[in-house]
Design a protein around this ligand. Structure first.
Ligand SMILES: NC(=O)c1ccc[n+]([C@@H]2O[C@H](COP(=O)([O-])OP(=O)(O)OC[C@H]3O[C@@H](n4cnc5c(N)ncnc54)[C@H](OP(=O)(O)O)[C@@H]3O)[C@@H](O)[C@H]2O)c1
Length: 325
């Protein structure tokens, strides 16, 4: 088969669509003929040599895909050749075929086409596990989403609204019109406005009950300042650095909780439990049209370098998909 290989760590030009050995499905796995994959921020880091695949994962980039099952490994029940699926991957999505543990498979939601389904597994699993499982967002609470225009952010805004929360999101002003189309969300142009003041304004001084953070160090103090009493701050990205300083007195005064998680390095059993929760609780929201994949554009996988340049520029809103075949 062909896959995108990283010829050496570096810029987008090191991505090459090349012949590689075909994967074989092991026990409890299926082989998926990939129709589309998506560019995630982590792919840019892996390309640069900063985020190697976890042990046992395929070495190629690609944390999610959609496609058709073409082979089932031993012990596989419930999934059959010919079924259309999407999947959460530890790697290997930028390829014509990938072997997937069945616990990481999801059916294509009704009403979503096969290519767009590649936009869902990573964001649905990350957002649901952090906002619902870890931070326990409840109806009537306020959710602050940083990076509202990202793949993660566009999904988190919609899920927050669907769960009955009031949603505030940070994003550069040029993205606000496209984000308003997702539903009622208070948008903050973080380049022009102070998000702490904006959150306090919309919550009558109360603060955000849950914050989904992708900035890390540079937002740590301000995130704690924006938290409500009993608030929960979950960091999933470190785009603003990994080492910060925190006044623990400020956190203590809020009775706040800080959490940080990574999805890719979780063992398969934990991924399977998250995927199962997503199927039970998030898929019905997608099938009801209350949450939808937000796709900035589709590019053929042979243009993966161009797709990485686009995501690096942060000009996109939602997901950038790579189509295969
Ligand atoms: N821990 C996990 O398991 C996990 C899983 C998936 C993703 N992630 C992380 O989640 C983040 C989003 O991932 P993605 O693939 O969806 O990213 P993406 O689509 O590439 O988007 C990155 C976003 O960062 C925003 N941004 C940059 N500086 C900002 C600032 N100062 N304040 C607010 N937003 C800012 C950009 O928006 P503007 O154009 O508005 O600046 C852009 O929308 C990444 O950090 C990624 O590593 C973590």
């Amino acid at each position: 088969m062909r896959a995108i290989i990283v010829t050496e760590p570096g810029g987008p030009e090191v991505l090459s669509w090349s012949e590689v050995p075909d994967p074989q499905p092991g026990p409890g796995e299926v082989l998926v003929d990939v129709r589309a994959t998506a560019v995630n921020r982590a792919d840019l880091l892996q390309r640069q040599g900063h985020y190697p695949a976890p042990p046992g994962a395929p070495e190629y980039l690609g944390l999610e895909c959609s496609g058709v099952i073409t082979e089932v490994g031993s012990g596989v029940r419930d999934w059959a050749v010919g079924q259309q699926v999407c999947a959460l991957l530890a790697g290997g999505g930028y390829a014509e075929r990938v072997a997937v543990p069945v616990g990481q498979l999801l059916p294509v939601p009704e009403g979503v086409d096969l290519v767009d389904a590649a936009a869902l597994p990573e964001v649905a699993s990350t957002v649901w596990s952090n906002v619902v499982q870890v931070a326990r967002l409840a109806a009537g609470e306020t959710l602050l989403v940083h990076g509202g225009g990202s793949g993660i952010g566009t999904f988190a805004i919609q899920l927050g609204i669907a769960l009955g929360a009031s949603v505030v999101a940070t994003a550069r002003g040029a993205k606000h019109d496209r984000l308003r189309a997702l539903g009622p969300v208070h948008l903050v142009d973080y380049r022009e406005q102070d998000f702490v003041a904006e959150v306090r304004k919309v919550t009558a001084g109360g603060g955000a009950d849950v914050i989904l953070d992708i900035m890390g160090a540079s937002y740590l103090g301000r995130n704690v300042a924006a938290l409500a009493v009993d608030g929960r701050l979950v960091t999933i990205g470190m785009q603003g650095g990994r080492k910060g300083e925190l006044d623990l007195g400020a956190l203590l005064a809020k009775r706040g909780t800080l959490a940080a998680t990574a999805l890719r390095s979780r063992p398969p059993e934990q991924k399977a439990a998250i995927v199962s929760g997503v199927r039970d609780q998030v898929w019905p929201l997608i099938e009801a049209g209350r949450v939808r994949p937000v796709v900035d554009r589709r590019l053929p996988i042979s243009e993966a370098a161009q797709a990485h340049r686009l995501v690096e520029s942060n000009e996109h809103v939602g997901k950038v998909l790579l189509t295969v075949g």
